[in-house]
Design a protein around this ligand. Structure first.
Ligand code: F6P
Ligand code: E4P
Length: 958
């Protein structure tokens, strides 16, 4: 930009720019940049060249902010806290520039009594096609900038025209942009007049309203001339006629627009408004920089000079015109000639209407592209500034997947899908009820604004000196808290958090023994309040605690976290619980960890909630609506997962540093329950120790969650080798344990994105219900008859009985344990996964056992494996096993209970419930045609597991 340097002699009377005034034309500058305003260059132009206004557009701001250092200081100040989106940052910086420029132009505004002296700021280009949002945005910008000499730029598109009318009627100065055709201009002028009439009709002042209609010029020649050149290159028989109109159509078109302006100015309708002191809506010639070097660099200035007009010039054009422009009253010259040019263009088939409508569409998307670029640059700077405080991700993909991911990211950018997610547009998924399930998007901000309720609870818990917290819940109500318990352990001065999500009587008893009942705080967590497990666990521990602390005190040891109005809330009230914390009904369980379902246990265990939530906020804002897909951490990850699934790589293999290992359990539910339905989805594979590349098929994508504080060298190495071998790997670096909160949000967002790409509703769980219904039938039957319905094994071998539905039984050889396993594993094909579903106590030994068994299968069969405990997994991966891809092969393991526990108030016991759950689960797997086998261990569990483990290892390898 060298406007100022090139102004020698500008003070001399009659520099070409100054002479425009004599012809009734105001020169405006089509440019803005912070340093240019701040170093006095803009003021210099006003003073020396009698510059009368400034226009900006998204492309101009992109050039200003996307490059150089002008904005660095303010950027750092805005971005340092991490609770600003890229668009917030852009807008604050842009508005500061615009305000400063309006200050420089204010004397012009005063001097011309509001005719000139304006600075234009365009509404977000993302709104180009939506009327109501455009009106709201115009009002918002008008109010925020709060300067009388602001003009809000609104596109003169079909949906933009009613917005122009509404804004004018509302008293807002409007610069209508992106006008190319006479027809569009006519509609805009009509909108201006009728907006004024509406306002005047209400008795409101219209004398202060100013408007310009930005009629674009050079872009028209750009397209028409290209058509001409293409035909000339083919020796078109009309070559001479084509050459004669080359470079003339845009100006002819503009002249006709001016003729319309003059005609309307003379109309009675306008004269009436004039009497009410209305200002004309002047035509502003935009896009007046010469793009074709063959033409004069001042062509679109010299040929468009006339009374009551504006020409907004880019700096180079302004420099050129000041230097050698020749002003004359050109706009009304040779109107017949202009008509002839347009008639010729029509006769020659140059299709001006087609060109102008293409230019509108291109214009809208080009400004959106510029904005994407700008916001992308802002977001990238934000990431750089955050450094290790924002978890980073490195993505390494095989080339076919890489290309598909890039294409998807670009399609999302063009369609504005990230914005649509934040606008709660259900059509991003299946257009059903998805919009009702998106409160998790804003939950961090919401909880920060109510943090006092949690911090005072935290204080009280500490004061009461509890030794333990026992949280009772399933799935989304337990897995997030479990991650916190496992990751952060015991905090000084606070109780130890334990999470119980099982109906296995041994496990229930083990937890009872683990805590000191008299000094335990119980958190009963259930969103719906109707889930079987937390209800019976509450019944059990309420009785146990009653025995320990007495009738009077027992309620004061219980806290409920549940959605408003739930059955659990009623129970909590009638049992006089110490506190009831509400969740948000419009957040599904698996997206609830950053709501009270995660935060209440976090508070009770003594986490620094400010630090935790503010760290989470960093990621939430990084995933914000203004961050384009390519820079958006949640969209990047979700796109990789969604596109990989569509490419057959649906086994998301989660590898986490040992200190944060339990994140995998939470991720399992999030991904499986959200996406595993309609025969599609992601199959999370958690905790499978890494092996060399040859152990994996082409159905994997690896997600490595690496804690940079405490990485595991073996994992690092194994991941590196996998990456080198061409497996898709997403490596996420987590700056510190507290930053796991960022992964909660990133993965929620990513799962929603992956769900959209896969094409399912990411917020329901239709198939979980099915097994709950089957279980309920069985427990009801038990309540009536005192026993579960009889079932007959299809085979037996010593302490093992084999169960299956008739179809599965037919495919399996029930003559011995080895035979039945052999036939079950014989059904495993490449690309399948094998899931071990163990309805037994989950403790160190059994976890070790199941891990050994699954690795034996993985290594023998080269397939993905899942190691799950029931009923825990029913509220997690269970959805995908039943509703997701039909690639699962299931081995359900049940066992006799050594001891059972009764459920207070019910006929059934924990053991009965667990058995009913296993059977309900199996029935639905079978009903869905899944390859499933149930092996029941009679007698001693440890001995049975040992033999089963050996048989699994040998038959998988057979
Ligand atoms: O919090 P609630 O309502 O008890 O539900 C527990 C879990 O059960 C499910 O509804 C189904 O498994 C999960 O989505 C949820 O996280
Ligand atoms: O208001 C100004 C317009 O946005 C600008 O003149 C467009 O010019 P271009 O066609 O050179 O991008």
């Amino acid at each position: 930009m060298n406007v100022v340097q090139k102004t020698p002699g500008a003070q001399e009377a009659g520099n070409p720019l100054q002479t425009l005034e004599k012809f009734g034309q105001s020169p405006w500058l089509d440019f803005i940049q912070r340093s240019f305003v701040q170093n006095g260059s803009l003021a210099g132009l006003v003073e020396k060249d009698r510059l009368k206004g400034v226009t900006s557009n998204p492309a101009i701001f992109e050039k200003a902010m996307g490059h150089g250092t002008d904005y660095d200081d303010q950027f750092k100040a805005l971005a340092s806290k991490g609770n600003a989106t890229a668009s917030d940052i852009y807008e604050t910086m842009a508005i500061d520039d615009i305000r400063e420029a309006t200050g420089v132009l204010k004397p012009v505004w005063d001097e011309t009594k509001g005719l000139d002296g304006y600075v234009s700021l365009e509404v977000s280009p993302y709104l180009g096609m939506r009327t109501d949002e455009t009106i709201a945005e115009a009002k918002r910008l008008w109010k925020t900038v709060d300067r009388p000499n602001l003009m809000v730029k609104i596109p003169g598109t079909e949906p933009g025209v009613p917005a122009v009318r509404a804004a004018i009627a509302d008293g807002i100065n409007v610069n209508v942009t992106l006008l190319f055709s006479l027809d569009a201009y006519k509609k805009v002028l009509e909108a201006y007049i009728s907006g004024l009439e509406e306002r005047h009709g209400k008795g409101l002042d219209i004398s202060h309203i100013a408007s310009v209609a930005s009629f674009f010029v050079s872009r028209i020649d750009g397209l028409i001339d290209k058509k001409i050149d293409d035909r000339l290159a083919k020796n078109d028989p009309e070559s001479a006629a084509l050459k004669a109109v080359r470079g003339k159509v845009a100006i002819a078109n503009a002249k006709m627009a001016y003729q319309h302006y003059l005609e309307v100015s003379r109309s009675e309708r306008w004269q009436t408004l004039l009497k009410a002191k209305a200002n004309p809506q002047r035509l502003l010639w935009a896009s007046t920089g010469t793009k074709d070097k063959a033409y004069s660099d001042v062509l679109y200035v010299e040929e468009l000079i006339g009374a009551d007009t504006v020409n907004t010039m880019p700096p180079a054009t302004m420099d050129a015109f000041r230097d050698h422009g020749m002003a004359r009253n050109s706009l009304t010259e040779d109107i017949e000639g202009a008509k002839h040019v347009l008639a010729e263009a029509d006769r020659l088939g140059l299709d001006l209407p087609g060109v102008t409508s293409k230019l509108v569409a291109d214009g809208v998307s080009a400004f959106a592209d510029s904005f994407d670029q700008l916001l992308g640059a802002v977001a990238a700077k934000q990431v750089a500034l955050a450094g290790a405080r924002l978890n980073s991700a490195k993505i390494s993909l095989p080339s076919d997947l890489d290309e598909a991911v890039k294409a998807s990211l670009d399609a999302w950018r063009k369609d504005g899908t990230v914005r649509r997610i934040w606008e709660r547009d259900a059509s991003v998924w299946t257009g059903k009820d998805e919009a009702d399930w998106l409160i998790w998007l804003d939950i961090i901000d919401e909880r920060i604004s109510h943090i006092d309720e949690l911090t005072s609870f935290q204080r009280e818990v500490k004061e009461r000196g509890f030794s333990d917290i026992l949280l009772l819940g399933m799935g989304g109500s337990s897995l997030g808290p479990e991650v916190l318990a496992e990751t952060f352990g015991k905090r000084g001065g606070y109780p130890t958090l334990h999470v119980l999500d099982s109906t296995d009587p041994q496990q229930v008893k083990a937890f009872e023994n683990k805590v000191d009942l008299a000094s335990t705080l119980f958190i009963v967590s259930s969103k719906s309040g109707g889930t079987l497990e937390p209800n019976i666990l509450k019944a059990y521990f309420f009785e146990a605690a009653r025995r320990a602390v007495g009738d009077d005190k027992v309620g004061s040891h219980f806290v409920a976290v549940t959605d408003p109005g739930s059955h659990m809330e009623e129970v909590a009230k009638s049992d006089r619980f110490w506190k009831i914390f509400h969740g948000q009904k419009q957040i599904g369980g698996r997206y609830s960890v950053l709501s009270n379902f995660g935060l209440v246990p976090a508070a009770a265990m003594g986490l620094d909630l400010h630090e935790f939530l503010e760290s989470g906020q960093r990621m939430a804002y990084a995933c914000g609506s203004g961050t384009p897909p390519l820079q958006n951490p949640g969209v990047q990850l979700g796109t990789v997962l969604g596109v990989a699934a569509k490419h057959g790589r649906d086994k998301v293999t989660i590898v986490a540093s040992p200190a944060i290992y339990d994140l995998g359990a939470w991720l399992e539910q999030l991904m499986a329950e959200s996406t595993g339905k309609n025969g599609l989805g992601l199959i999370p594979i958690d905790g499978e120790t890494l092996a060399p590349p040859e152990h994996y098929g082409h159905d994997r994508v690896f997600a490595y969650l690496r804690l940079s504080d405490a990485p595991d060298a073996a994992q690092d190495k194994a991941i590196e080798v996998l990456q080198q071998a061409g497996h898709p790997v997403v490596s996420i670096t987590i700056g510190s344990p507290v930053q796991i909160v960022q992964e909660f949000f990133r993965w929620e967002f990513a799962t929603a994105v992956a769900g959209a790409i896969i094409g399912i509703n990411a917020f329901d769980q239709p198939d979980v219900e099915a097994s709950k219904i089957e279980t309920r039938k069985l427990t009801d039957a038990y309540s009536k008859s005192g026993s579960l319905p009889q079932e007959t094994p299809f085979g037996r071998d010593g302490d093992f009985s084999f169960f299956a539905d008739p179809t599965n039984a037919k495919a399996l050889d029930g003559s011995s344990l080895n035979a039945v396993l052999k036939s079950q594993f014989g059904r495993v094909k490449a690309g399948d996964y094998v899931a071990l579903l163990a309805y037994i106590q989950r403790d160190t030994e059994t976890r070790q056992w199941i891990q050994t068994a699954r690795l034996a299968i993985r290594d023998a069969k080269k397939v993905a494996t899942a190691a799950e405990f029931g009923p825990r997994f029913l509220h997690s991966t269970g959805q995908a096993y039943k509703g997701g891809p039909a690639s699962g092969v299931f081995l359900q393991i049940t066992a006799d209970d050594v001891a059972d526990l009764s459920v207070p108030g019910e006929k059934y016991s924990f053991g009965v419930v667990k058995a009913a759950q296993a059977r309900g689960d199996f029935d639905v797997l079978a009903e869905r045609g899944r390859r499933a086998l149930r092996v029941h261990i009679h007698g001693n569990l440890a001995a049975g597991l040992e033999r089963l483990g050996q048989a699994i290892a040998s038959e998988a390898a057979a």
